[in-house]
Design a protein around this ligand. Structure first.
Ligand SMILES: C[S@@+](CC[C@H](N)C(=O)[O-])C[C@H]1O[C@@H](n2cnc3c(N)ncnc32)[C@H](O)[C@@H]1O
Length: 463
């Protein structure tokens, strides 16, 4: 039980959050919909991961909540992606835990959490580039199905030289920085089109005519990435959060399936968190954003053990494996039972199934498998939040078979039955988000909702 005084403090914190959000909406420019877009902010451009959040928006949200409730020390993002929310936590001096099912996301988020040994990285990357340029071997370092479809031989050869040279570096933090840069090099030099996240080869004439050199691309990207990392370190240093090249809080990023558990909390991290900040997937990957397909080619060249000891290499068995393992990727054998169960959990979800009644069965299955997994992961996440922890969700709606899925309403109902109270919700327009407006299966979002809740039950508990 909380006493009156504690209750008043919490209400004041909620009010303060609301005021600060409104101030940034109406005083001058609306920073939620028109944030400063700086591609070089906090290592944002190291790798172009799909649907990345805008650093300024996330940082401001965390700043507001932290200022309103100064006892906040630990942040969690259970669908961490490229780690924008982790960097937002670091800018606010918080310890942070992130996990994702996609090894490439984990790699990018790890690099963005440091260490920031810029001078050493300059030396090591210079040496690796020299070594790769001197490599006379004609051996292609990896073989996997369809390698030749996705990489011209000359491109594969230069990538092989880079891979061999990176492997020789004896520091994992240096190798990770170079693997991320190699991943972006691969994105830009392989035969996949850069206009979609799904794997889709360029036309043959274009593949043959293109002038691309992974060695040259990598060299340029290394220089850009070093500058970005140095600028990010400088920002953290100004705030007093860097000590001997490292962030002085604790940041852990792990591979993990949030529908199963939060992987490393028991052994390594804090058990309970003060703040959740996340942008979960808003549908199954296959029909929304194919994070896994987008990561498949780079991951073939990177030593998975360097990303995380626990990465299972079967995640690369096919181009679809990561997306199939992600939230909503697998269909239930017993759809009707699954839907009946889900109907009980949210009225808006039940209404959605009603609207999908006369649509092809696959449409209902898509929504059901997504929500079945999402709710499992939500329960795992709510269970590791402390009492009175704040939760910030950035969430988009989508349509399936022409029916709008009210993700934010469903989430509100799910959280209410988990004893969370809503502090506020507001909308953000997305002006330049790098994603197609439409794909074959669904209408893509152009606005997203920011929902802020506070959990009222004790840590470890979900009702
Ligand atoms: C919208 S993205 C997060 C983007 C991130 N906020 C950023 O700024 O880069 C959603 C993430 O959820 C991850 N995801 C999907 N299913 C998952 C699962 N079962 N466990 C953990 N992460 C999952 C995806 O791999 C993807 O990276």
């Amino acid at each position: 039980m909380i006493n009156d005084k504690e209750h008043q403090i919490l209400c004041n914190a909620d009010e303060h959050i609301l005021d600060e959000i409104r101030k940034r909406m109406y005083n001058g420019e609306n920073i939620w919909s028109l944030p400063k877009r700086n591609r070089h902010d906090s290592g944002h451009a190291l790798f172009q991961y799909p649907a990345m959040m805008v650093p300024e928006v996330q940082r401001t949200l965390v700043d507001i909540v932290k200022t309103s409730q100064p006892v906040i020390h630990t942040l969690i993002d259970p669908y961490v992606g490229a780690g924008t929310n982790i960097t937002a936590g670091m800018h606010n001096g918080l310890n942070a835990y992130g996990q994702d099912i996609n090894p490439l996301a984990v790699l990018v988020a790890k690099v963005r959490s440091g260490p920031f040994y810029i001078e050493a990285l300059k030396e090591r990357t210079k040496y690796v580039i020299e070594t790769a340029n001197l490599d006379q071997s004609t051996k292609i370092a990896i073989e996997y199905p369809n390698r030749q479809k996705w990489f011209r031989n000359d491109v594969a050869l230069e990538l092989s030289k880079l891979k061999r040279a990176i492997e020789q570096d004896d520091k994992i933090w240096a190798r990770r920085f170079m693997w991320v840069t190699l991943a972006e090099t691969i994105r830009l030099t392989c035969n996949d089109r850069t206009t979609t996240y799904k794997l889709h080869a360029r036309p043959q004439y274009e593949i043959e005519d293109r002038t691309v050199s992974p060695l040259a691309t990598f060299t340029k990207l290394i220089s850009n990435n070093l500058q970005d990392l140095a600028a990010y370190k400088c920002e953290l240093t100004k705030k007093g959060y860097i000590n001997r090249g490292r962030f002085n809080g604790k940041v852990i990023v792990s591979i993990g399936d949030t529908t199963l558990n939060l992987n490393n909390l028991r052994s390594q991290g804090p058990k309970y968190f003060d703040l959740l900040v996340t942008s979960p997937p808003y549908g199954d990957n296959k029909t929304t954003i194919t994070y896994g397909q987008h990561s498949y080619l780079p991951l073939q060249w990177i030593n998975l053990r360097d990303i995380d000891q626990q990465v299972d290499k079967t995640c690369l068995s096919t181009t679809l494996s990561i997306d199939t393992n992600s939230i909503g990727g697998k269909r239930s054998r017993n759809l009707e039972t699954q839907i009946d169960r889900l109907r009980q959990l949210s009225q808006s979800l039940a209404n959605t199934f009603d609207k999908l009644e006369d649509k092809p069965i696959d449409r209902k299955a898509r929504v059901a498998s997504f929500y079945d997994d999402f709710i499992k992961s939500l329960d795992n996440v709510v269970a590791v939040l402390k009492k009175n922890a704040y939760m910030i969700f950035i969430i988009g709606n989508r349509s399936v078979g022409g029916v709008e899925i009210p993700n934010h309403q469903i989430l509100c109902e799910l959280l209410e039955t988990r004893n969370a109270i809503q502090v506020t919700q507001f909308e953000r327009q997305i002006h330049h988000k790098r994603m197609p407006h439409r794909n074959n299966n669904s209408l893509m979002m152009r606005t997203e909702k920011i929902l802020i809740f506070r959990k009222t039950t004790a840590q470890g508990e979900i009702p």
